[in-house]
Design a protein around this ligand. Structure first.
Ligand SMILES: Nc1ncnc2c1ncn2[C@@H]1O[C@H](COP(=O)(O)OP(=O)(O)OP(=O)(O)O)[C@@H](O)[C@H]1O
Ligand SMILES: [Mg+2]
Length: 326
């Protein structure tokens, strides 16, 4: 077999629901509209996209929890729909915000419980669980009840839970959601360490820097379709001749901000209000001529902290998916 461990080909998924109380109406949502991609053994692959893009739907299909409406899926050479039982021992998943730990049990006992579910022989459990608790930094509190844990500790225990069967592929849906910056960094270290030990990882995240830091390749997905798929490096290089001009003004001035988007050479304008300040980001491939035009347009407005930088992955994401914001 080749080194491809996940193969997704023209996958569609339509949800059929009923809306309304008195007059029930059928509603169909096309969550995935014919998605294709492959993941290679040993990769960290990121699925990125806005709320409702179809990321969790895709993960549920790959992890045997949901059936595609049409298309072909293969995970480790197996069909998740018809070969569920064969596939499950080889994969594991952690879905964001999931609460499937037993709060009254200790960290150790939780892992013992899930090891039993995966039929890990008792003789191997103790060593494996201790290894996992060590990996996620919970050895000291192994015998403490989970209800006494912070969110970060629970999330790390979830990761350990996802590893009890030593999966070949680990699926992580928004693993760092709600974590403080230090805990999120620890989690990234764990993900990297797992990957160095040979685990293939497919993750979703809304944090672009996280995807940039971790992923070998990413797929941008929007409204059920793939917009781009490549390494973060290559995706950023596609905008190589683009610069980002960043500055802040006091107050908002919609008319002048609108004028910025029609300046020659300006490709994209994005604004964000923070208290009395409005921060403005503008994409252009000609900053030399655009900067003086900005000052001219924004006359009588105090411009602070103007800088010209190269696009980050987040900038590219906003340009590809965010549409024109002005
Ligand atoms: N069980 C369901 N029944 C009906 N519609 C659903 C169901 N689950 C998801 N959807 C719809 O399918 C689309 C894709 O949802 P999905 O949860 O896959 O998005 P997502 O990319 O994971 O978003 P988020 O970033 O918010 O987690 C959305 O329009 C959502 O409303
Ligand atoms: Mg989701």
């Amino acid at each position: 077999m080749s080194d491809v461990v996940i193969e997704v080909s023209r996958v569609k998924r339509t949800y059929k629901t009923e809306i309304g109380y008195i007059k029930k109406k059928r509603k169909e949502v096309d969550a995935l509209k014919g998605i294709s991609f492959t993941v290679k053994k040993g990769e960290i692959f990121g699925l990125l996209g806005p709320n409702g893009a179809g990321k969790t739907t895709m993960i549920k299909i790959l992890t045997t929890m949901l059936t595609p409406t049409s298309g072909k899926v293969s995970v480790l050479g197996l069909n998740p729909v018809t070969e569920t039982k064969l596939l499950r021992p080889h994969i594991n998943f952690i879905l964001g915000g999931e609460r499937n730990l037993y709060w009254r049990l200790s960290a150790y006992d939780n892992l013992a419980y899930f090891s039993d579910l995966y039929k890990i022989p008792l003789s191997e459990q103790k060593e494996r669980i201790n290894e996992l608790l060590e990996l996620v930094g919970l050895k000291e509190v192994a015998h403490q009840r989970v209800e006494t844990f912070s969110k970060g500790m629970k999330q790390r225990l979830q990761i350990a839970r996802g590893l009890v069967n030593n999966p070949e592929i680990l699926f992580l849906d928004e693993p760092s959601i709600g974590l403080d910056p230090v805990s999120a960094r620890k989690l990234r270290d764990i993900i990297r360490q797992l990957n160095n030990n040979g685990t293939t990882i497919l993750l979703t995240t809304h944090y672009m820097f996280e995807a940039d830091e971790l992923c070998d390749r990413i797929a941008f997905i929007d409204k059920g379709e793939i917009v781009d798929i490549d390494s973060p490096q290559n995706i950023k290089q596609k905008t190589d001749n683009v610069s980002v001009i960043d500055f802040t003004i006091i107050g908002g001035n919609d008319m002048k901000i609108n004028q910025l988007s029609s300046l020659p050479g300006v490709q994209h304008v994005q604004t964000k209000n923070e208290d009395i300040l409005t921060s403005i980001k503008l994409h252009t491939n000609n900053p030399q001529t655009v900067v003086p035009l900005i000052y001219e347009t924004m006359q009588e407005v105090v411009i602070q902290d103007l800088s010209i930088t190269k696009p980050t992955l987040e900038d590219v994401y906003v340009q590809l998916i965010g549409g024109k914001v002005s």
